[in-house]
Design a protein around this ligand. Structure first.
Ligand code: NAP
Length: 255
């Protein structure tokens, strides 16, 4: 994705993967700016730990408890942000333009790191109620205590009931992903027109989305979130806001 954007905008830059051990993280982040790096994306298992290393942490990254984008500022300070939530909302707005945050409750399945970013963003855009269920209930309870009374926690075994009357349903679990267990929450309570989205993007069309589409729901796949969460970092690093369009999507899909 970044390589495609760099070529498209004629920018002489590189985006490379690095496998860094937790013990080396602070030292690597200290040295990268001196080597000419302008920033990095952070992924598992470092998303929480970087908050303790960065000099500036945005409010949303602090609330979510994790960062995915670091900017190495010219003054030497490291700026940490979390763009997963805004990527999630931008993807929804692009894929389901008629969805309005005030349409009704959102049902969120899963309470991991991605769920925290999604829930923060849903609250920020004005969703009135967030129904939340997670296999490990205390993780969902922790989100309720961090994010407030708009979050209503249900038992995982009763997750199907949360879908009744929801305007938006989001799978933030890894269920349905290649190599992970199947997504088995019954979807009978879904209504035609409900917006249904999955954070899983391998496969692109998950069983959850296939079934929801067959019930007349508006579906939005998870690849767009990946593309949209990357755009703000790219802009901060390279001074060019990249367009998230069909050409970008096709480049990532190798089409
Ligand atoms: P995480 O922190 O490890 O959370 C995983 C979530 O899945 C937890 O809610 C976990 O429940 C649940 N889960 C895992 N196995 C389960 C099972 N057998 N039964 C029921 N629930 C199960 O991971 P994450 O960072 O939040 O990521 C979650 C998913 O979102 C991944 O598939 C990831 O690839 C995807 N993601 C996509 C994007 C994107 O841009 N599209 C961005 C971020 C993440 P417990 O708490 O009970 O373990």
């Amino acid at each position: 994705m970044h390589g495609y954007w760099l070529r498209r905008y004629g920018i002489r830059g590189h985006y490379i993967p690095m496998d860094v051990s937790p013990a080396d993280l602070a030292s690597v982040l200290e040295h990268l700016p001196r080597m000419g790096f302008v920033g990095v994306n952070i992924t598992i298992p470092h998303k929480e730990a970087v908050l303790g290393i960065a000099d500036i942490v945005t409010d949303r990254a602090a609330l979510i408890g994790a960062a995915n984008t670091l900017i190495f500022r010219k003054d030497g300070r490291i700026h940490a942000d979390n763009t997963d939530g805004s990527g999630f909302i931008s993807n929804l707005r692009q894929g389901a333009p008629r969805w309005n945050p005030t349409d009704g409750p959102a049902a969120v399945l899963g309470a991991g790191g991605a769920a925290r970013a999604v829930i923060a963003a849903l609250i920020e855009v004005g969703v009135p109620e967030i129904r939340l269920a997670n296999r490990t209930r205390p993780r969902a309870e922790a989100i309720r205590s961090d994010f407030g009374a708009k979050v209503v926690v249900s038992e995982w075994v009763q997750a199907a009931n949360m879908l009744d009357g929801a305007a938006l349903v989001v799978n933030t679990t890894s269920l349905g992903m290649v190599g992970k267990p199947d997504f088995r929450v019954p979807l009978d309570a879904l209504r035609p027109g409900t917006v249904v989205t999955d954070l899983v993007y391998t496969p692109l069309m998950t069983q959850f989305l296939i079934e929801a589409e067959s019930m007349g729901c508006t579906i939005v796949d998870g690849l767009g979130m990946l593309l949209h969460q990357a755009a703000p970092g790219f802009e901060r690093w390279f001074g060019q806001r990249p367009e998230v369009d069909v050409a970008t999507r096709n480049a990532v899909l190798g089409l």
